[in-house]
Design a protein around this ligand. Structure first.
Ligand code: GLP
Length: 242
């Protein structure tokens, strides 16, 4: 694992965007695993800028997002599909049909999960998976548990995640209680992994996840076992690792 402590959020975003840009240049038909949350917003803005400056193209790339709320329509302004359109897809040359987000509106949960997992395999697997970090160490929506979930599945969100994400909804009652997420096994199959974290409130979990014991109670800790992981944090999030 490589840990890079950037001086601030902008530098973290620039360095992380550079890794994705490099992947697109080395392998224009690459498969990118993408993430939502507030942390990657800056890096998506950098990628849009790089595209506008003619430095990168998504024309041949395929994308798979980590997760999606269950029961939210893709048009809902808090759905992860909406987030991706607004922050990246609408501004670059990616082909819409090559962008994938679990279908939160599909009432057949098993079918939705199986189709998603199959889609990733058929695309040849993920070359570079981007991840944010939940305060309890969740990756995607893989919450602390007694074991690591393997494939794409439905999860009941924990109180901590519902509270953390309620800031984005009009009221906490509107936050969906379930979500679809790639499993830890799906994530670990990615050929390389890029984790971003920013802010003092992530300092403890960055230390626990990357320097503490590997345990399903801190899902991100499993990344210590992956052969190609880069963690890019800002100075605040990296303050307990320096
Ligand atoms: C959500 C998402 C995760 C994300 C996490 C952290 O729960 N499902 O994929 O990494 O929140 O989000 P933020 O970057 O806003 O702290």
């Amino acid at each position: 694992m490589e840990l890079i402590i950037a001086s601030n959020y902008d530098e973290m975003s620039r360095l992380a965007a550079d890794k994705i840009a490099l992947c697109l240049k080395d392998k224009p038909e690459c498969v990118l695993g993408l993430a939502t949350g507030s942390t990657p917003i800056g890096l998506y803005a950098q990628l849009v800028e790089d595209f506008q400056n003619g430095k990168i193209s998504f024309a041949r790339a395929t994308t798979f997002n980590l997760d999606e709320y269950r029961g939210l329509d893709p048009q809902h302004n808090q759905s992860y599909r909406y987030f991706m359109q607004k922050n990246l897809f609408d501004h670059v040359d990616v082909e819409l049909e090559k962008t994938h987000v679990p279908d939160g509106a599909n009432s057949d949960a098993q079918a939705a999960c199986d189709a998603y997992e199959k889609g990733i395999e058929e695309a040849g697997g993920i070359d570079l998976q981007l991840l944010g970090l939940g305060h309890n160490g969740h990756i995607g929506f893989n919450e602390p548990d007694d074991s690591f979930p393997v494939g794409t599945h439905v999860v009941d969100l924990t109180e901590s995640t519902i509270n953390a994400n309620s800031r984005l909804f009009d009221s906490i009652d509107e936050v969906p209680r379930q979500a679809y997420t790639m499993g830890v096994g799906t994530i670990m199959k990615a050929r390389s992994i890029l984790v971003v974290a920013s802010g003092a409130d992530k300092a403890q979990i960055v230390r626990d996840a990357f320097f503490g014991p590997v345990t399903p109670q801190v899902p991100a800790s499993v990344l210590q076992l992956h052969p190609d992981v880069t963690v890019i944090v800002d100075a605040e999030a990296g303050s307990l690792c320096a």
